[in-house]
Design a protein around this ligand. Structure first.
Ligand SMILES: [Zn+2]
Ligand SMILES: [Zn+2]
Length: 376
């Protein structure tokens, strides 16, 4: 019955497909493409997704974790993009390669930035390179910008941004309106995300990032002469991160001696303000941690063994009750004096004694985060 009007009704969007097909860009996130498709049709992302999935509140979830078969089928039929291509936009395959068990057993997928979704609001979980967005004909968000080990842009050598520099809101392209026109805008203050100053990324953080990407691409990680599966390599990296974060919380002692022995700049290794998991940390804090992590990893087993002996570490310092010791470190651990579990980190203080300044600051930062979330 005549030519469809570009301003679709809800039913028309479902039944006739999109008037203006929107192709996926290289490595584009599903959420980015959905928001871009909506603005291209001249409607808000909420309206577009409400027409595709009337009974699914997609933006209250994290659609980049993947869709069900029925959800993908509905999307394929309106967008004209086949289901197998749509599946490539998901973070699920990457997360499943890294995880030790079924993804359903994780509240936060390991090494994938968590959005901290609250209705349609986010705490974070997405980052971007301002220069990449500037160079894009159609600005869009990449899958790699959801990966927790990505802190810099390889192409431009700059630190990624995970907030609007004008209003400090997280990036929420799904909350843009039709009149905003493109994705390179802050959904909260509408300022242009491309018009910001950039900072250089620390080289060793970028080296860690490239190495982690290679582990996923080739399916093989290396520690010393040992070949590791991607899951084992990322688990080893997580184990070392725990050591680094524990070391950053003490101003003296053997763990500090260990990181000095490894040539890690202890001044830069500030403990994250909140003590949150890696997947929830701001990009600047992750960059410092991952830069130190690269020093630790690249020392290899022999360098690590020499540093543990020079720092007079006992087994307890390298054993965390909440985290298993990776097999690739177990032999080293057994060569150290002491017993596992003894000489470990100070237990949580339950005595009621005054808390340290560090502890109070971390509690304060957590409280502020909760208050900010509640007020948005
Ligand atoms: Zn870039
Ligand atoms: Zn803003």
């Amino acid at each position: 019955m005549g030519t469809p009007h570009p301003r679709h009704t809800r039913n028309a969007l479902v039944n006739e497909g999109w008037a203006l097909p929107v192709a996926l860009q290289p490595d584009e996130l599903l959420s980015s493409w959905l928001a871009r498709a909506a603005l291209t049709q001249g409607c808000d992302p909420l309206v577009l997704t409400g027409s595709i999935w009337p009974s699914w509140r997609v933006w209250a979830r994290d659609p980049d974790r993947g869709l069900s078969k029925a959800q993908v089928d509905a999307l394929a039929s309106v967008s004209g993009i086949d289901t197998s291509t749509l599946h490539t936009t998901s973070l699920r395959t990457t997360a499943a390669t890294i995880a030790r068990g079924p993804l359903e057993s994780y509240a936060i997928w390991p090494w994938i930035l968590a959005q901290g979704t609250r209705n349609r609001m986010r705490h974070g979980g997405l980052q971007y390179c301002p220069i990449c967005l500037k160079e894009d004909g159609k600005p869009y968000f990449r899958r790699q910008w959801r990966l927790a080990w990505h802190t810099g842009c390889v192409k431009h050598g700059v630190l990624l941004a995970d907030r609007c520099t004008h209003c400090h809101a997280p990036l929420e392209p799904h909350r843009l309106s039709a009149e905003d026109g493109h994705l390179a805008r802050c959904a909260t203050c509408v300022s242009d995300l491309r018009q910001v100053d950039t900072l250089p990324v620390v080289e060793s953080a970028l080296t860690f990032q490239n190495t982690a990407d290679d582990v996923l691409t080739t399916g093989v990680g290396v520690y010393g002469t040992t070949q590791l599966s991607p899951a084992d390599w990322f688990e080893l990296s997580r184990y070392f991160l725990t050591i680094l974060r524990k070391a950053s919380l003490t101003q003296s002692g053997k763990l500090r001696a260990l990181i000095r022995e490894l040539g890690i700049n202890s001044v830069q290794l500030n403990p994250p303000a909140t003590g949150l998991p890696l997947e929830l940390l701001p990009v600047g804090e992750r960059m410092q941690l991952l830069s130190a992590l690269w020093r630790l990893l690249s020392a290899g087993p022999e360098g690590f063994r020499a540093a543990t002996h020079a720092a007079l570490l006992t087994r307890g310092y390298l054993h965390h009750t909440k985290q298993p010791v990776p097999a690739s470190v177990l032999t080293l651990l057994e060569s150290l004096p002491g017993q596992i579990g003894i000489g470990s980190y100070p237990a949580r203080d339950k005595s009621g004694a005054p808390r340290s300044k560090q502890t109070v600051m971390r509690m304060h930062a957590r409280l502020l985060r909760r208050m900010n979330a509640a007020s948005r």
